[in-house]
Design a protein around this ligand. Structure first.
Ligand SMILES: NC(=O)c1ccc[n+]([C@@H]2O[C@H](COP(=O)([O-])OP(=O)(O)OC[C@H]3O[C@@H](n4cnc5c(N)ncnc54)[C@H](O)[C@@H]3O)[C@@H](O)[C@H]2O)c1
Length: 355
């Protein structure tokens, strides 16, 4: 199979886990450490090459991607030593990329911004992965426009609605390129765990009375979300959990990010609370903590989304990809349960399902 050429918009923690993870699999091809699909419709993780990268930080612009991923304020784990990839981080347009809470921590590069669409075309990038901070709405729109201009597929890891927005979806469809999104759903993050516990309880006849899941984290994304994206993240996460079970529509449920605790670094602690009744109105209380590292938690999912988009490109399928988005994202163009997403993705891989 051919290689998959990707470009990165935003070289933060998520990009660091992705780039290190791909490199890990280039050196450990047969390993299957934390992957959902080792091979996805014939594509392996090692088939992915980073061919372009964009950021705005003076710590990252001008550096080889292999070095930029370790530049501050990135603070996720080092998975392996990296050799130069031969791809320098270029300056993208800033727009609203850096919010109030991050502006004292990130110095903007003085390099002039490059023509992103031209770089995408010249580098042969097939998929642009949008990993700018949440709440950077204008920056996300800008990268979606650049992808359209360069006829490059778009993977939107951020919560800004692109794949799930009808107008954007139409632009991608009309331009003949696929788009998947929005807002990556972590491999073992609070959304999938909250959904799974509530579904299990409901399936076993338990009546949910109330539930919440709130997080604290120490990465830039947690700090940034305090200012700009807490409300939208809460809406997406709560809807993602409620969409799992129709009978939960009227139950008080809250799911969302809460606060920033700097010494946690890239750790995220999630607190789940559920009050319910079972037979005889007997009460049950569930109180669980989940502790994860944020960026590696997105790796296996972004990897599947990249390979799913590549399959769509091979099959000349365009517009929003429902199966990939339902499986990999919190706000897909078409809502679905975990079980439906699994069926859809398998049907997509086998070719039975077009999008
Ligand atoms: N597990 C996860 O990490 C996870 C899960 C769900 C969603 N997401 C989403 O993925 C995105 C990335 O998360 P992260 O933790 O890597 O964030 P991060 O803050 O670590 O990285 C963001 C990067 O974008 C850069 N940036 C800012 N403005 C830019 C612009 N205009 N052009 C190019 N680069 C720009 C910043 O300098 C930084 O390097 C966020 O939107 C987040 O909500 C991540």
């Amino acid at each position: 199979m051919g290689k998959i050429k990707i470009a990165l918009a935003g070289v933060g923690n998520c990009a660091s886990a992705l780039v290190q993870g791909i490199e890990y699999y280039k050196h450990n091809g047969n390993a299957n450490l934390g992957l959902i699909h080792h091979t996805f419709a014939g594509y392996f993780p090692a088939d992915i090459d980073v061919v372009a990268a964009f950021d705005v930080s003076a710590e990252k612009v001008g550096k080889d991607v292999s070095k930029a991923i370790f530049a501050k304020p990135n603070n996720t784990i080092k998975i392996r030593d990296m050799e130069d990839l031969g791809v320098k981080v270029l300056k993208g347009e800033l727009h609203d990329g850096i919010g109030e809470y991050l502006k004292d921590l990130i110095t903007i590069s003085e390099e002039p911004p490059v023509d992103v669409a031209k770089v995408l075309e010249e580098s042969g990038a097939e998929i642009l992965i949008n990993m700018v901070p949440s709440g950077a709405i204008e920056a996300s729109k800008y990268y979606a426009e650049q992808a359209l201009k360069a006829k490059c597929a778009f993977l939107n890891a951020t919560p800004h609605e692109i794949a799930s927005n009808l107008e954007w979806a139409k632009h991608f469809k009309d331009t003949g390129i696929p788009v998947a999104g929005d807002d990556i759903m972590n491999q073992i993050g609070s959304t999938i765990i909250h959904k799974s516990i509530l579904k299990m309880l409901t399936d076993r006849g338990v009546l949910i009375k109330e539930s919440y899941c709130l997080d604290v984290g120490g990465a830039m994304e947690s700090l940034n979300s305090l200012e700009r994206s807490r409300a939208i993240k809460r809406k997406f996460k709560t809807n993602a959990v409620k969409s799992q079970i129709p009978s939960l529509k009227e139950v008080p449920i809250v799911a969302g990010s809460t606060d920033f605790v700097d010494f946690l670094e890239n750790r995220r602690d999630s607190y789940f609370w559920i009050l319910a009744n079972y037979f005889g109105f007997a009460p049950v209380k569930i109180d669980i903590t989940l502790s994860t590292l944020d960026a590696p938690n997105s790796f296996a999912i972004i990897l599947d989304a990249i390979r799913g988009i590549k399959v769509a490109l091979d099959r000349k399928v365009s517009g929003p990809l429902e199966s990939i988005s339902g499986f990999c994202f919190k706000k897909p163009p078409k809502e679905c349960t975990i079980q439906e997403a699994k069926v859809w993705i398998n049907e997509f891989i086998s070719g039975k399902r077009e999008i």
